[in-house]
Design a protein around this ligand. Structure first.
Ligand code: NDP
Length: 339
């Protein structure tokens, strides 16, 4: 059983020297290999998926457990069942093993995620369009991005697995779709073969101008895969009420220390929701009745209170405002203009 294990944690970008090939006996459920053989399956790896999250997992700073030094690298596989202690799987079945299981090896012991149905497509697509990247694009774009016909959707890492699919799904929803990718050849591929309306090269000197030209009506949905400088360039083009599914931060995974300021990394890792709002927007008008009913009742019952400071006389309003801004009052400041 060939295994690829983590030899050392990367400092900056990962290199081949961080990995090592070792050989071990083929595991056997009968002899008790696997944490608890009951419910587990031994599969022969046919396909191994390579995904950016692995770059996060080998560093040890993430929302999930890092791969230990000496541990087999995690990864989804499509494999053929050799031995099964799980009622749903039998030898010969084709299964998908989970992304957190050490999959960089010829034989994997796991509780599979599911069977792979070859009638839906070639079995390797269970790692791509019909697997985790496909579902990521689907959920991120449709449920969080919610593109509408005629809106402008921008997708970064547009030539990649998730980005390719997210952009094409946005086209299906009738949006104008603009990709961002590295280099003219990838941009050509995104435009001509994936059918995006435009694609902009983020490595080109005129990236910011080219992106603005490609988005004359601004950006309504930004499907974020990379973070870093690309995000900085996209940010000023976002329209009112734009949605930004923060899917990934390819440009930031190699960072050895956090970037200054509020970090997109924590938005992603902590699944934060950021939503701007303006109370006077028509969308909030219908809450006025609920607000008055609840808050007047809380005030009456002493459940909420608000101190009031009074400035006497209109002529002292400027002084009051200056004091307000200087922190001289607490609670609500009002001016008594007349009795
Ligand atoms: P990709 O195929 O998009 O990743 C490889 C590509 O990343 C490269 O071809 C390169 O494209 C691009 N890239 C690498 N470094 C940089 C950089 N510094 N700046 C900009 N682009 C860069 O991977 P996936 O489609 O699998 O994943 C896309 C994103 O989705 C990733 O961030 C991933 O972590 C995330 N993801 C998130 C999930 C979630 O549940 N939130 C699930 C799955 C994926 P180029 O040549 O154009 O630079």
């Amino acid at each position: 059983n060939r295994q690829i294990v983590l030899k050392s944690r990367p400092i900056g970008a990962a290199t081949v020297d961080n990995f090592e090939l070792v050989r071990t006996p083929v595991p056997s459920l009968a002899s008790g290999d696997g944490e608890n053989a009951a419910g587990q399956v031994l599969s022969r790896t046919l396909w191994l998926s390579l995904d950016p999250y692995m770059n996060v997992r080998i560093r040890g700073k993430t929302y999930a457990e890092p791969v230990p030094i000496g541990g087999v690298i995690v990864g989804r596989t499509v494999g053929r069942v050799i031995e099964s202690r799980h009622p749903d799987y039998a030898p010969g079945d084709i299964v998908l093993t989970p992304g957190g299981v050490p999959g960089w090896q010829d034989y994997v012991v796991s509780t599979p995620e599911r069977k792979v149905d070859p009638s839906l497509g070639p079995i390797s697509t269970a790692l791509g369009a019909l697997g985790m990247p496909g579902k990521t694009a689907y959920v991120g774009l449709l449920d969080i991005g919610q593109p509408k016909a005629g809106e402008t959707v921008v997708v970064s890492s547009a030539a990649g697995a998730v980005g390719s699919l997210a952009g094409q799904m946005a086209r299906l929803r009738g949006a104008r779709v603009v990709g961002i990718a590295g280099g003219p050849e990838k941009c050509r591929y995104v435009r001509e073969e994936l059918g995006f309306d435009a694609c902009v090269d983020y490595r080109a000197a005129d990236f910011a101008e080219a992106l603005a030209r490609a988005c004359p009506k601004g950006i309504d949905v930004y499907f974020e895969n990379v973070g870093g400088d690309v995000l900085q360039t996209v940010w000023p083009l976002l329209n009112d009420f734009a949605r930004v599914p923060v899917c990934g931060l390819l440009a930031e995974y190699d960072d050895m220390s956090p970037r200054p300021g509020p970090s997109m990394r924590s938005v992603l890792n902590k699944r934060l929701t950021l939503q701007g709002f303006i109370v006077s927007d028509p969308a909030h008008l219908e809450r006025t009745g609920d607000f008055l009913r609840d808050t007047s009742s809380w005030l009456r019952q002493g459940q909420v209170t608000l101190r009031q400071d009074v400035v006497e006389g209109l002529e002292r309003a400027p002084e009051g405002l200056v004091g307000l801004l200087a922190g001289r009052y607490s609670g609500k400041l009002v001016v008594r203009v007349a009795e």
